[in-house]
Every structure is written in structure tokens, then in C-alpha cells.
Design a protein around this ligand. Sequence first.
Ligand code: FES
Length: 164
Amino acid sequence: MHKAVTIKKEGVPAVDLTRCRTILAKHPGATSADLIPILQQLQDAYGYLPQNTLEEITASTRIPLSKIYGVITFYSQFSLEPRGKHTIKVCIGTACHIKGAPDIKKKITETLHIHEGETTKDYKFTYEPVACLGTCFLAPVMMINERYYGKLTTEKTEQTLKSY
Ligand code: FES
């Protein structure tokens, strides 16, 4: 399923391309088949996919920008905008919904002043809803980075966020 993506060309500063060029040098003769690993390595290096790194891929591989954006928009793991240091994934699946996920979401918005899909101004947190984290027995549940927080209450949610 395609995700909605906003491509901002203005206002997002260009980044230093040294790391990008090092990554591309590891993929000589890269074709479209190499795009996913290249994009993953770029995102690991920069935290997101800066516009000028995508232009650099096109310049050094001749893979069209349209093809690159096609891959980025298809896979939800890729981000065209700077992301927070910590990613909060809040489950909005049925089990979590029944056990209070709407209150947890409200508490996150109240505490961090961001809504789903947004990043805090200090780039500390990015907040995303997910369909099911596969740990329904812990409902309601959220993940911060790779760590699960289950059987959440609004108090526990706020304490957890403040501990980061
Ligand atoms: S519904 Fe929330 S973890 Fe499955």
C-alpha cells in the first residue's frame, strides 16, 4: 500500500554528501535493484533521506529520481523529512483500542504537543500509529525505539515519555 508523502524541496537544508558518496562507492554500477539497500544505508547515516542525497544517487547511477521516489513512497520505513531521535509507535489495533489506546494517544499529544505522524520541534520524538504490534496481551501498548511498554495507563505513558 502506498503511503502519503509530501516532497518538500524548499526549506529543507542540503546535507554534507561525504557519507552519501561513501555509501554509493560501495555500490559500483548500481541499478534499480540496489536502490533499497542504498536507501536503507543513507537513512541509517542521516536519519532520513535528504533531497540532495537522492539527487546524488541519480547523478552517480543514472537511476531516475522518479524511480527513487517511487521506492521511497512504497516503503513506510523511508522518510523524506528529519525524524526524531526516538520513534514512538502506538498500537491502534482492536485489542489496544478496547483497552484504552485512545486515552494513551491523547496523553502523548498532551505531553509532547504533537499528533500522529509528527515530530517534536526539538527532533526528540517522532510519533506514529501502527495497526498491531503483535503483543496484544500487553494492551494497550506502545514501543519507543525497540522497547515495548505494555498495560499502559495515562500516568505510565507520561512517566515513560518523560524518562527519555
Ligand atoms: S492490537 Fe495492540 S498489540 Fe495487537
